[in-house]
Design a protein around this ligand. Structure first.
Ligand SMILES: Nc1ncnc2c1ncn2[C@@H]1O[C@H](COP(=O)(O)OP(=O)(O)OP(=O)(O)O)[C@@H](O)[C@H]1O
Length: 252
């Protein structure tokens, strides 16, 4: 269970990007985080794994007060929480499998990565995770040779090396075309339904949230603007979240 309690984040320049946000996510839920660009989605996701320091409020994850932990505990936290990003963040000139193996770094000796040696058990795990996201055959190509959708699946496989219990996805398909977006989203969906992985995923397109999420949380100007099922978002709610002039466009 993830509990967000009165979370506020104020950037150094004084801008309040998150304003007293509260909600709870039970284990195993697929939550889409929506809202206009600048509404605070990335800020919220980054507070959860302490890439950003919350200004006030609390985040409790599986009983652990994330807002009050030591640096040592932050390392443990980041091992248990996977994260993927809009720009994939791969080392493009390295092989796909090497990129995936770096996801295991919190677990194995740093010396392994320094000498570019990983034990067979780790390599087998990396290959299995690549197979899981449908790109086992690409393991020995350079990451730069893969398409955007494939690169994002490498990033998912890398996050899976941590055996995460929670996956944070920050606009994972915002750089991809519609068809490719589904090829990434369907694997997040698979990990959610087959492994019960809890997913918190920010998305630009509400239609993707409608297809994949159990629940939608919307932010507007850093405040919680909606929390409910995708079906509950009718035209009036849509305009509350995105503004009067907004029109829903599909991604199909
Ligand atoms: N380092 C920073 N210093 C000051 N303001 C910031 C900083 N980073 C982000 N912001 C501002 O905080 C607000 C929320 O940003 P955030 O990236 O969380 O929004 P978002 O909903 O994820 O948007 P996008 O969809 O564009 O990524 C924005 O207005 C942004 O300009």
């Amino acid at each position: 269970m993830l509990i967000i309690e009165n979370l506020t984040h104020v950037y150094e320049n004084g801008f309040k990007a998150l304003d007293n946000v509260s909600f709870e996510v039970p284990d195993g839920q697929f939550v889409a985080l929506i809202g206009l660009s600048g509404s605070g989605k990335s800020t919220l996701l980054r507070c959860i794994n302490r890439l950003l320091e919350p200004t006030s409020g609390r985040i409790i994850w599986n009983g652990l007060d994330v807002t009050a932990i030591s640096d040592e505990e932050i390392r443990y936290l980041r091992r248990r929480i996977g994260m993927i990003f809009q720009q994939f963040n791969l080392v493009k000139r390295s092989k796909v499998i090497t990129n995936v193996l770096t996801g295991r770094l919190g677990y194995t000796s740093p010396l392994y990565s320094f000498i570019n040696y990983f034990p067979k058990s780790e390599r087998d795990k990396a290959l299995a995770n690549l197979q899981r996201v449908g790109i086992g055959s690409q393991a020995y190509k350079r990451a730069s040779e893969l398409s955007g959708g494939q690169q994002q699946r490498v990033a998912i496989a890398r996050a899976l090396m941590q055996d995460p219990e929670l996956m944070l996805a920050d606009e994972p398909v915002a750089s991809l075309d519609p068809a490719t977006s589904h090829s990434v989203m369907k694997y997040l969906d698979l990990l959610n339904t087959e492994d019960g992985l809890t997913i918190l995923c920010s998305l630009h397109f509400l239609s993707l949230a409608r297809t994949y999420a159990d629940r939608v949380i919307a932010l507007k100007d850093g405040q919680l603007a909606f929390d409910g099922t995708p079906e509950e978002i009718d035209n009036a709610r849509f305009k509350e979240i995105y503004g009067e002039d907004a029109v829903e466009v599909g991604i199909s």
